[in-house]
Write a protein that binds this ligand. Sequence first.
Ligand code: ZN
Length: 170
Amino acid sequence: MEQLYQQVILDHSKFPQGKGLKELVDGILGAESFQKNPSCGDEVTMRVAYEGEPGSATIKELSWDGQGCSISQASISVLSDLVTGKSVEEAEHIAKIFRELMDTRGRGFASDDSAAEEKEDALGDATAFTGVSKFPARIKCALLGWSALKDTMGKTGVLVDDDVADTATN
Ligand code: ZN
């Protein structure tokens, strides 16, 4: 279990970033998403305000409230730090890398993956969740916030890539 609860995860669950819902202002492109992980009881409500046109929008503000295990809550906090201020494209890129990390069964990115370093750089603190990918039941906890973010992208239409938009509704 030691691997599961890295210091970064403990810190973020103790001092969550972006926690506390903020109002979505009228006239601003934004959406709210509620996601639940019934197998663990984790919940999140996330509000994301976007700026700019679909295709070149950026994440202006992200706020959330939630409850559940420290992995789910810390993951939302890390996400909040990682994507606020980034373009939708960059945020989606990071989300894809994070989902890829969750598929590595605790091993992390392969040493023969020439992009491994670049991926770790993009993830920053989120690499602390590598150990979580060993436990299939906990992967859902770590992905909860990322599902909420993607849902807000789908609802606001900021994602222009059809393939990406399609998977958001699944
Ligand atoms: Zn959980």
